[in-house]
Design a protein around this ligand. Structure first.
Ligand SMILES: NC(=O)c1ccc[n+]([C@@H]2O[C@H](COP(=O)([O-])OP(=O)(O)OC[C@H]3O[C@@H](n4cnc5c(N)ncnc54)[C@H](OP(=O)(O)O)[C@@H]3O)[C@@H](O)[C@H]2O)c1
Length: 305
């Protein structure tokens, strides 16, 4: 099968190569999915599990990409809940070969059925931002109607879903980002916008929940904006600086079939707009990930036309 592999961490996305790889076999409780559309997160090649397995052993050449929408073509021993021919979407394991390939082996529990009226490109754009926003707001942040939420990077892939979910539950949302994104963030439903490069973050607040996607100086300054009893959740990478221990809830998104069903239902009934940027073929994917200029929205690779 055709797949994109990486072998050189220092090379970043410029080191991606389109090669021939053996098709994966389904292990216990796996399915093999014929990938129709694949999602890649822009800084995935900085994540440790792209390069090493759970025992810290080199696992290159590794296939990046952890979101997919496609069709089940095989089931492993003992697999229940999904059938061959079924349309599915979901998030794959960080330490296994991913979805920038024609086929991928995934634990069935990490996938949900993709309704027939939802396009594969849309399906592949949902798992990472949808599950991350859901878990940060509702599971870890326990947001409720009437609370105020500071949503960082609100025009971005994750932040745009955070903004929409927080508004849907009746929270007051202050979105942040770059000046050029003000209108886009307000159009997503944010009540206010803070331009991080020109407005004073210290004038915000107090808020009940900060949803951080940056780490570093911004999350440290945001910690001071939280009302007593409030929460700070952050999804910034493990190497990013963050507030002193105990102040922030760091989490890494996990796949969840029931949450995927909730998320895709919101797209079907118009409550959620997904943030898709460039859509490219697998043959053109390396160029798509290495384009110059501002990247807006999630890059989706349409593996099958
Ligand atoms: N822990 C987890 O489970 C998890 C899950 C999902 C994602 N993540 C991580 O979360 C991060 C965000 O992912 P994403 O896909 O949402 O990225 P994204 O689409 O690039 O979103 C970030 C947004 O913030 C803006 N921004 C960046 N730096 C800024 C600054 N200094 N001032 C104002 N605005 C700024 C970006 O604008 P520009 O495009 O102009 O820079 C963009 O609109 C990534 O590091 C990703 O790996 C973690």
């Amino acid at each position: 099968m055709k797949a994109i592999v990486v072998t050189d961490q220092a090379a970043g996305t410029a080191g991606m190569k389109l090669v021939e790889r053996p098709e994966p076999r389904p292990a216990i409780n796996d399915v093999v999915v014929q990938v129709h559309a694949s999602g890649f997160t822009w800084d995935e090649l900085t994540w440790p599990p792209t390069w090493t397995d759970r025992l810290d052993r080199d696992r290159t050449p590794s296939i990046p990409g952890h979101e997919l929408a496609g069709v089940v073509t095989a089931r492993g021993y003992g697999t229940t809940g999904l059938s061959v021919g079924q349309r599915v979407f979901g998030l794959t394991d960080w330490t296994r070969d991913g979805t920038l390939a024609e086929y991928v082996a995934v634990e069935a529990r990490n996938l949900a059925p993709l309704p027939g009226d939802v396009d594969f490109t849309v399906g592949a754009s949902l798992p990472m931002p949808g599950l991350t926003a859901w878990q940060g707001l509702f599971v870890h942040g326990r947001v409720r109607a009437g609370q105020s939420v500071l949503a960082h990077g609100a025009a971005g892939v994750v932040g745009s879903v955070v903004t929409q979910f927080a508004r849907e539950v009746g929270a007051y949302v202050i979105g942040t980002g770059r000046a050029a994104d003000r209108q886009a963030v307000l159009d997503l439903g944010a009540n206010e916008f803070v331009d991080l490069e020109n407005d004073a973050l210290k004038d915000v607040g107090p808020v009940d929940l900060v949803f951080d996607v940056f780490g570093g100086d911004i999350v440290k300054r945001s910690a001071g904006l939280i009302r007593a009893g409030g929460t700070l959740v952050t999804i910034a990478g493990p190497t990013e600086a963050r507030p002193a221990d105990g102040l922030a809830i760091d989490f890494v998104v996990e796949s969840d079939r029931a949450q995927l069903a909730e998320i895709v239902q919101r797209v079907r009934d118009g409550r959620l707009r997904t943030n898709i940027g460039t859509v490219s073929t697998l043959d053109e994917a390396v160029a798509a990930f290495n384009r110059t200029g501002r990247r807006k929205g999630k890059t989706i690779i349409r593996v099958r036309p």
